[in-house]
Design a protein around this ligand. Sequence first.
Ligand code: HEM
Length: 338
Amino acid sequence: MAAFLSIIIVIALGAGAYYGAGSGLRYFLGAVLPYAAVAIFVLGFVYRVLDWAKSPVPFSIPTTGGQQKSFDWIPWNRLDNPATKAGTVGRMLLEVLLFRSLFRNNTFKVHPGPKVSYPSAKWLWLFALLFHYSFLTIFIRHFRFFLEPVPFLISGIETLDGLFQIGAPRLYQTDIVILAALLFLLGRRFFNSKVNYISLLGDYFPLFLIIGICSTGIWMRYFGKTDIAAVKELTMGLVTFAPIIPESVGAIFFIHLALVCTLLIYFPFSKLMHMGGVFMSPTRNMPNNTRFVRHENPWNPPAKYHTYEAYEDDFREAMFEAGIRVDKLPEAPAAETE
Ligand code: HEM
């Protein structure tokens, strides 16, 4: 049901943009919507990150995956149980750049006997990595629409991505890889019964939305033959805050753009915020140094201490009279000392 609803929403958005492009909504779709979407994305993203940054961390809760730092003679797993800032940064880098925790993923199998085993399961890691790196490459390549002259780095990435020189226009490897990875990730939600059971609208919708964005982009490049010079005029108009909508920009471009804007608007309020959240998660950004650094709970009210010295000052005479040992003897009354 959630999958069906997601695909219906994406089709409705595409159909809306298609009809809008043909019925006088071109300025809205090509200028108003993109500006609004970027503003919502930036403000929403900053709001979410600040909200996380302000949240108290009452306990030291780093995730650990090996021996904690202890005595020198006990081998310490520096990477999976970092106790220093440098180690924590190292683990975070491996997580963000290589998805190391997914690489350590295991599955669960029951064999005759019955015997249980936990063999490694790397497919999710592989396709997640392929998806994210293809997306990043496509995202960077798109800067050719927003920059004039196109920087060397972006043309370089474009050349590398089309290295096999298949077809005209040249086929980008990332276009094939991202579609394959998206289909794998979607297939996993459909056919893996355990994942299917816990999948919600928020899991299917971004997948269908990104599939919609990529397939309209691929259609424009390889089949629809969009007027790229006109698109560049439009995008340069957007970045120079002088929006223009050339006549020759086709409806398919407006569908592509409307889906991209939907993604931007949806992003800060969805699970896609893991992009910013991974850096804010105490399970990832705290070193595991609980054996030698005291973690102060910011929720603790300021402690009111009554020290032993103050206690003795209050009750010294009575304690002395009752024969209780005191640190400081009571002062003799003035009359007696005369
Ligand atoms: C989330 C952001 C976006 C994604 C994932 C995306 C994805 C894609 C993909 C996969 C293609 C196929 C060709 C290629 O890989 O370059 C494409 C093409 C295209 N995209 Fe996007 N796109 C995004 C944002 C945008 C934006 C913001 C614009 C313009 C305002 C845009 C305009 C175009 C155009 C004009 C093409 C055709 C390119 C050509 O003919 O070479 N895209 N897009």
